[in-house]
Design a binder for this molecule. Sequence first.
Ligand code: PMP
Length: 386
Amino acid sequence: PVYLDGHATTPLAPEARAAMDPWWHQRAGNPNSPHRHGRFADAAVETARRQVAELIGAMPGEVYFTSGATEANNLALIGSVLAARAQGDTRTQLVVSAIEHKSVLNAAHALERQGITVATAPVTADGVINLERLSQMISKATLLVSVMAANNEIGALQPLAAIAEIVRASGSLLHVDAAQIVGKLPFDASVFDYVSLSSHKMYGPMGIGALYVSGAAAYRPQPILYGGDQEGGLRPGTMATPLVVGFGAAAALATTELHNDTRRTRALAERFEEALRERQVRFTRHGAATARLPGSVSVAFDGIDASELIAAVSDQISISEGSACQSGQITPSHVLRAIGLSDSLLRSTVRIYFGRYNSEDDAVLAAEAIAAAVAKLRLRTGDRLQ
Ligand code: PMP
């Protein structure tokens, strides 16, 4: 089947894979070792740090490698609370949005057990954070605001410049989970305090990511793991040189491919919707027409059970219900709930992503497969009106 689930993970870029190759064996070495192999590995890690920094408009020294965006999100939230406390800062409130990834929401909930209060800002039907409500929630007691740049289920893009202005006026810290946007759209980290990145969402390897910590942030997070003094003591543990090198190569590639990718993937998503309409399939697409991650399509086929649809097309295409991190759970997506979908629309929503390695044929094939399956399923459920 054709892979169309780039929100869950993107295929490794061949260029990143080639860059990683020598670091598994021929050039193996711990970047902390003082011998020649160690020095080479260390130099490769620092090159990757520059490549990642360049993609997000940061200084290399502001990029700390982690195991992924989950760890970066935990480090930003828990580490900044620890740092603030250590400095005698008495602010105890976090503000998050209702559509954050579970690694933000659950880290925030864990902090609730330690005297932190969490306020959750609602979103509009398009999945955009309600700025009025957000500013009402932020007060002198707000230590940190955490919002995502692009949503991993519906692709909604957030008005980050406006959010940054609101948060800056309050003196609170601002963390942005940029896992889904970096490498897909231009992104400037330097206006934020902390930014989380994930390599496997931008055609780099799995198991590596980064936390950007602005040199101007009021606090550098305290570590949440204890060990050696790698990554400036912020994130101990032996650096995974091949993964870091692959992440760096993917970042360098994104720097040059970004505009091409954006144009192509946006056109593929449009072609898919057009092909559905050509086949007279009834559907509702979630999220705004323009403020959306290019290539991302969250779409409901009224009256159809999403899991049945996904199974029916699984020989031709791999698509998903909401978030992969939630699949297997019975609870419906908190994101689709937050945009106010009815239970029936929520159950009939699938998530599709057209990425760098997809073609127009893939977009048409997806529409064909879905049109056929929807017709069959609607017939079966007795809905002959479609
Ligand atoms: N944040 C967002 C918005 C995501 O989409 C994901 C991945 N589903 C993560 C965080 C977690 O990233 P990682 O897989 O690198 O831990």
